[in-house]
Design a protein around this ligand. Structure first.
Ligand SMILES: Nc1nc2c(c(=O)[nH]1)N[C@H]1C(S)=C(S)[C@@H](COP(=O)(O)OP(=O)(O)OC[C@H]3O[C@@H](n4cnc5c(=O)[nH]c(N)nc54)[C@H](O)[C@@H]3O)O[C@H]1N2
Ligand SMILES: Nc1nc2c(c(=O)[nH]1)N[C@H]1C(S)=C(S)[C@@H](COP(=O)(O)OP(=O)(O)OC[C@H]3O[C@@H](n4cnc5c(=O)[nH]c(N)nc54)[C@H](O)[C@@H]3O)O[C@H]1N2
Ligand code: SF4
Ligand SMILES: [Mo]
Length: 693
């Protein structure tokens, strides 16, 4: 239904709500709601709020399609129970009673360590995303270490700067005169930074993109440096050697606010221009030009992404980059410095969020990147609860994850808004409400506005918020922990119960009234102008970041490094079931290969190939392109396996290998080879309904 087709008997209104998705922008969305002749109100149109300083009137290419997701014909609207391999509709009473009985048996026989939650940031809402963990913590279930995305970056940042992790205010970016977009495809993954970058460029800034392949951000930037994957620390050390030798570093800042700079300076000595060029794949003149630009342009703003951390040594690589603004003193200038995340500025009182106060040092822990192994029968997990997450697609070693979820002796419960491949593997699918249907509080990791959404639409079908489901299960199991049953109001009051200056004047009433409220930051927010939050109060250069080659080196058997970065039209696997968005991404997942690699491996443009790694094998169509460099293949997007020729996720190839810091994921670490699929055998591949003809 479009606006023009609203007839006289229909009424419409507009609300402004925060986008709940895992994206730094946390946009304020203008949602047009129309009440049809059937009396049911529906969201028909989504755009950006023009009054919001960050959203600036546009939603991204993905979320304008949210109504199609909300009303997707396959959205689960009733509880489903798998009986003899088929889903049958059951009542909530029956689903919850059955699950509670099974849980009681499992608890009595195997104890709480046999019950695992698996969740991530399908919603960024603090209630439906984080607070619901209270159920598992009250049971004493294992703690899930939420490492799939950000912990390598967090650990790297905290080594240098301590906690909380603070970043440059995006609204200050127009003051920068040199901008490095380093290991981030920001036009895709942080699109509401773009207007600030463009403003800076109008003010005279030069924009550089440092990324192994050419994507939207490289085309937007003034200069693209096609760095070899996993070599960012080498580049930083090589640049720093030139900067220090030229006297471009800020000695006064380093003396006042730096710790152990001498050790860093000594490490740089080993990085001659020739060696840096050899390791990074950049030319000597590229490195020299970048060093000069960095050394002589103040303020310099560096936007780093989590992307570059997804390598074996990704923590050290990111850490090296984040030290540059301390070397150059950029933190003292408005618009200068580095942003990994702005999330640390949201100084909420999180002590009892998700009943975190119940976690004990003896509580067993499961690193979420190691789900495939955690679900092996001998590990003793008997019940798996998945919410806000799609592990059958997004977790490493996804074929083994799928096998674990499907174990006949495993109770697998999936709370979902979409009939994902994870949901299809479940014993129970519990229909979840969307952000249009439940209230929540949202922080951001790309700006400094805290926002609140009311529940706007009634739930579709019998969908229920995650918080309702875990409250109902808690009652059935006799859980007495009060925080599990908190209302939105109670949680809001708790989270805002702090004297922290960033939250001064922010009350539940103000949030309700205004929807989105800027944190009470100082007029000039220069978080590390005088040091950091380490024990010494200084930016720590030791342990010195070093360059290390990955253990899994390329060789004749595995000549390509596979990168699997985000797609422009999906948000992780969210939106991967909408035809209009899979079409915009080319209809099916494709592997980008450099012409010379294609020639060597005898693969042709448009042909199907097997992509083989040490973990698994998938079938994909080849796109030959010089957007990638030699020795690197790129598969954009965590597509639904259902959209691929073989039904598998790209993560059938990726391994549980953890990063050097923070136990993070290594999605860009995989070495692969390509094996052409015999054209005569291409028709033998199983047919999958999502593949576009
Ligand atoms: N459209 C869209 N937006 C998204 C997402 C999405 O799926 N789609 N996902 C959201 C989520 S969950 C996150 S965590 C964020 C960030 O999501 P990330 O996956 O961290 O993506 P980026 O930060 O953009 O970084 C990806 C870029 O890093 C590059 N890269 C890979 N290895 C290296 C390396 O060794 N060195 C350097 N310099 N670069 C490297 C890749 O080529 C790619 O261009 O984006 C969020 N926004
Ligand atoms: N190969 C490869 N794999 C990757 C990445 C990569 O770059 N390459 N990126 C990684 C990164 S950075 C991340 S963050 C993870 C993300 O992985 P996930 O956190 O799994 O993110 P999504 O794939 O978007 O799936 C989120 C699911 O949550 C559901 N959901 C949303 N809101 C709610 C709600 O309120 N209630 C319930 N019950 N469900 C809800 C959505 O319908 C959706 O199916 O993937 C990782 N996987
Ligand atoms: S996904 Fe990101 S860019 Fe798109 S509307 Fe949501 S917050 Fe904004
Ligand atoms: Mo992420």
């Amino acid at each position: 239904m479009t606006r023009a087709s609203i007839s006289a008997s229909e009424t419409s209104r507009e609300v402004v709500l925060t986008c709940p998705l895992d994206c730094p922008d946390a946009c304020r969305l203008k949602v047009r709601l129309v009440t049809g002749q059937d009396g049911v109100e529906r969201a028909v149109n989504i755009g950006g709020d023009s009054r919001h300083p960050i959203t600036r009137g546009f939603a991204c290419a993905k979320t304008v399609h949210y109504p199609a997701r909300q009303y997707h014909p396959e959205r689960p609207l009733y509880p489903l129970k798998k009986v003899n391999g088929e889903f049958v509709r059951v009542s909530w009473e029956q689903a919850l009673d059955d699950i509670a009985v099974r849980l009681r048996e499992i608890l009595d026989r195997y104890g709480p360590q046999s019950i695992l939650r698996y969740n991530y940031a399908g919603t960024m809402g603090l209630r439906e995303g984080s607070h619901v963990h209270a159920f598992f913590r009250a049971l004493g279930a294992p703690e899930l270490e939420e490492t799939i995305c950000a912990t390598a970056g967090s650990a790297a940042w905290e080594l240098g700067y301590g906690s909380p992790r603070l970043g440059v205010d995006p609204e200050d970016v127009p003051h920068a005169r040199l901008i490095l977009l380093w290991g981030i495809n920001s036009l895709t993954t942080n699109s509401h930074l773009t207007p600030w970058l463009t403003q800076a460029r109008k003010n005279g800034a030069r924009i550089v993109h440092i990324d192994p392949y050419r994507n939207k951000t490289s085309l937007y930037a003034d200069w693209h440096l096609k760095i070899r994957p996993g070599t960012d620390a080498a580049l930083v050390l090589g640049l720093s050697r030139i900067i220090i030798a030229s006297g471009w570093h800020d000695e006064a800042y380093l003396a006042r606010a730096g710790e152990d700079f001498g050790a860093f300076r000594a490490e740089c000595e080993a990085w001659s221009l020739a060696r840096t060029s050899d390791v990074t794949g950049l030319s000597e003149s590229e490195i020299q030009d970048l060093a000069r630009a960095l050394g002589t342009t103040r303020p310099t703003y560096i936007r780093v992404g989590y992307g570059m951390t997804r390598h074996e040594n990704g923590g050290s690589n990111l850490r090296a980059v984040t030290l540059l603004p301390a070397l150059l003193g950029d933190w003292q200038h408005r618009g200068g410095g580095c942003t990994l995340t702005t999330s640390g500025a949201f100084a909420l009182n999180r002590t009892r969020l998700g009943a975190a106060h119940l976690i004990e040092s003896a509580t067993p822990r499961v690193n979420m990147n190691e789900l495939a192994s955690a679900l092996a029968p001998e590990r003793g997990v008997k019940a798996l609860f998945v919410y806000n997450c799609n592990p059958a697609v997004v977790a490493p070693d996804s074929e083994r994850v799928r096998a674990g979820m499907a174990r006949p002796d495993m109770l697998t419960v999936v709370l979902e808004q979409a009939m994902t491949e994870s949901a299809r593997l479940a014993d129970f699918v519990l229909p979840a409400t969307t952000f249009l249907e439940h209230a929540d509080l949202y922080t951001s990791y790309g700006h400094h506005y805290l926002s609140y959404n009311d529940a706007t639409l009634p739930p579709s079908g019998e969908a229920r918020p995650n918080s309702w489901v875990f409250g109902e299960l808690g009652r059935r199991l006799g859980i007495e922990e009060p925080s599990l049953y908190w209302s939105m109001d109670e949680l809001l009051t708790e989270l805002l119960a702090t004297e922290h200056p960033h939250l001064a004047g922010i009350t539940p009433e103000k949030l309700r009234r205004e929807g989105s409220v800027r944190l009470s930051l100082p007029e000039r927010f220069l978080p590390y102008a005088n040091g950091a939050h380490t024990p010494s109060g200084k930016v720590r250069f030791s342990p010195v970041p070093r360059h290390t080659e990955p253990r899994a080196q390329l060789n004749a058997s595995y000549p390509l490094r596979l990168l699997t970065p985000p797609a422009h039209h999906f948000l992780n696997s969210t939106y991967g079931n909408l035809d209009q968005l899979t079409r915009a991404e080319g209809g099916e997942p494709q592997v980008l290969v450099h012409p010379e690699d294609a020639r060597r491996d005898r693969v042709t443009d448009g042909a199907l190939v097997q992509v083989q790694s040490e973990t698994g094998c998938i079938t994909r169509r080849v796109r030959i392109s010089d957007a990638v460099q030699r020795g690197v293949a790129v598969l954009e997007g965590t597509w639904w396996g259902l959209s691929a020729p073989d039904g598998k996720s790209v993560n059938a190839l990726t391994a549980e290998t953890l990063t050097d810091l923070g136990g993070g994921s290594t999605f860009h670490n995989t070495r692969v080879r390509l094996v052409p699929v015999d054209p005569d055998r291409q028709n033998d591949l199983p047919h999958h309904p999502n593949v576009q003809p």
